[in-house]
Design a protein around this ligand. Structure first.
Ligand code: GTP
Length: 303
C-alpha cells in the first residue's frame, strides 16, 4: 500500500485554514488526485465540513481538540482513512487552538508508520491579529508564536490591507522565530498549490515536545436562534461583544433578507455569504473566559 503524505493546516481561529483547504481540494480535483480530509472542530456543530465535497473522504472530530483530548482518536481516524481510501494526501485541518507539534506527535505514532510517509506543518497566520496580539491573553500569544515557530511553511494571510512597514514587521518576526522556513504573504490564502505539494518536513524526528500547560482555556458553545433577527441588532451586539470572542460561525436569517446566510466572524469582522441549503439557525461561538450565560441572555434579546 502506498503511504500518504499528511499536511497539517495549523493556525489560530479564523486565520484562513478552511479557505486554503477549499482551494487545495479544488486543485486536487482538477488533477484527479486522491486526497482525504480529517477535520477537527472545537465546537459541537460542524460548519466547515461543507467545504469538503461529497466524494472526498472526510473524517470529523468534533467538540474537542486533537492536540489534547482527541489525540488517540486522531490516530485511529488516520488509520481508518488510510485503510479504507488509500489517499495520497491527508489534510488535517486542526482547530485554531491546536498546538501543531502535538498533532505532529500523534502522526508520528509507531502505529502509523505503515500508513504515513511524512507529515508537514503549514501554519496560516491571521496577520492583522498577529500584529495586534498584545491585547490577547499570554496563553493565546504563546500559542500564536508556537504556530509560527514550528511551521515547515508559513502563510501570512490577510495581508491585503497591511502597510509596507507592517509587512516588514512580519518578516522580522519570522526571522526571529523561524528563520529557516519559507513563507508567503497572501490574501484569502491564495497560493500556488504546487508549492504546498512540494513541501517537505523539516522536523524529521527532532521536533521539541510542546511545552506543558500551554493549552488555552478556550470555551465554545452553540447558540440557536429562534428565527430571523435584524442585522442591525446583531451588529450592535457585535460591537460591544468581548474581544475574547475569537471566532463565530454558523447560520442566521436576517429580517428583510431572503434565505439563510452563513455568518463568519473573526478578529472583529463579520462576513456574510448566502447559503443555498436550508440550515438550522445555529452559531458556534468560541473564545476565552466567556460568560456563556450572559452572552446567551444578550443574544436572546436580539430581535
Ligand atoms: N479580509 C480577509 N478575510 C479573510 C481572508 N482569508 C480568510 N478570510 C475570511 O476569514 C474568515 C475565516 O476564514 P476560515 O478559512 O474559515 O478560517 P479558519 O482558520 O478555517 O477558521 P477556524 O476553522 O474557525 O479556526 C472567513 O470569513 C474567510 O472568508 C483574507 O485574506 N482577508
Amino acid at each position: 500500500m502506498n503511504k500518504a503524505k499528511v499536511i497539517i493546516l495549523a493556525g489560530f481561529l479564523g486565520s484562513g485554514k478552511t479557505t486554503l483547504l477549499k482551494q487545495l481540494l479544488m486543485e486536487e480535483r482538477q488533477k484527479g488526485t486522491k486526497p482525504a480530509v480529517l477535520m477537527n472542530e472545537i465546537g459541537a456543530v460542524s460548519i466547515d465540513s461543507d467545504a469538503v465535497q461529497g466524494d472526498v473522504p472526510l473524517s470529523e472530530l468534533l467538540n474537542g481538540c486533537v492536540c489534547c483530548t482527541l489525540q488517540d482518536q486522531l490516530e485511529r481516524q488516520l488509520i481508518i482513512l488510510c485503510q479504507q481510501h488509500q489517499p495520497e494526501t491527508i489534510y488535517i485541518e486542526a482547530t485554531g487552538v491546536a498546538h501543531p507539534v502535538d498533532i505532529l506527535d500523534a502522526c508520528l505514532s509507531p502505529d502509523l508508520l505503515n500508513y504515513i510517509e511524512e507529515t508537514v506543518i503549514i501554519s496560516i497566520i491571521d496577520s492583522p491579529r498577529w500584529l495586534n496580539r498584545d491585547v490577547m491573553s499570554i496563553q493565546s500569544k504563546m500559542l500564536l508564536s508556537e504556530q509560527v515557530k514550528h511551521a515547515d511553511f508559513l502563510i501570512w494571510n490577510k495581508t491585503g490591507e497591511l502597510s509596507a512597514a507592517e509587512k516588514n514587521q512580519l518578516q522580522e518576526d519570522q526571522n526571529r522565530l523561524n528563520p529557516n522556513t519559507s513563507a508567503v504573504m497572501t490574501d484569502f490564502s491564495r497560493i500556488d498549490a504546487e508549492i504546498i505539494k512540494n513541501l517537505t518536513s523539516s522536523q524529521k524526528g527532532n521536533h521539541e515536545p510542546a511545552a506543558l500547560g500551554r493549552q488555552l482555556k478556550v470555551k465554545s458553545f452553540v447558540y440557536e436562534f429562534n428565527g430571523p433577527i435584524t442585522k442591525e441588532s446583531f451588529e450592535n451586539w457585535l460591537r460591544q461583544a468581548p474581544d475574547s470572542i475569537y471566532r463565530m460561525k454558523g447560520y442566521m436569517q436576517f429580517i428583510g433578507e431572503k434565505g439563510t446566510i452563513l455568518m463568519q466572524y473573526s478578529y472583529g469582522l463579520p462576513q456574510y455569504e448566502p447559503e443555498i441549503m436550508k440550515k438550522p439557525l445555529k452559531v458556534v461561538i468560541i473564545g476565552e473566559g466567556l460568560d456563556v450565560e450572559l452572552l446567551r441572555g444578550q443574544l436572546e434579546k436580539l430581535s
